[in-house]
Design a protein. Structure first.
Length: 110
């Protein structure tokens, strides 16, 4: 490709995700770095909610256990295909195991 055909470095935001595009002309490649600016806010809020038991009221039909930023959920879907392709029963079984694992700690609200 000619140098003038490359995409210029820029950032695109859609309200949830922010994608930063960088060109590497020497490699002839375009790289994308995807982030979720609200991720740290969500994880900090989760930590505060865990410090204050009872701040979240249980609902009559269920209990709120996790708050997972979308960018982390996308990573979990790659790591655990049952989240993407599993039946409702399989996803329910997965979440019951996941909530008990140490991997879920940053996402727990109770």
């Amino acid at each position: 490709m000619k140098g003038d055909q490359f995409v210029r470095d820029h950032v695109v935001a859609d309200g949830v995700f922010e994608a930063e595009f960088k060109t590497q002309k020497s490699e002839g490649r375009l790289y994308r770095h995807l982030t979720q600016p609200s991720r740290n806010i969500i994880l900090s809020r989760n930590a505060e909610l865990r410090k204050n038991p009872g701040s979240i009221k249980d609902l009559s039909f269920g209990r709120f256990h996790l708050s997972i930023p979308l960018i982390d959920y996308e990573v979990l879907k790659v790591k655990y295909p049952v989240l993407k392709n599993g039946s409702n029963a399989e996803r329910t079984a997965f979440y019951k195991r996941f909530i008990r694992s140490t991997e879920s700690i940053p996402f727990r609200v109770q």
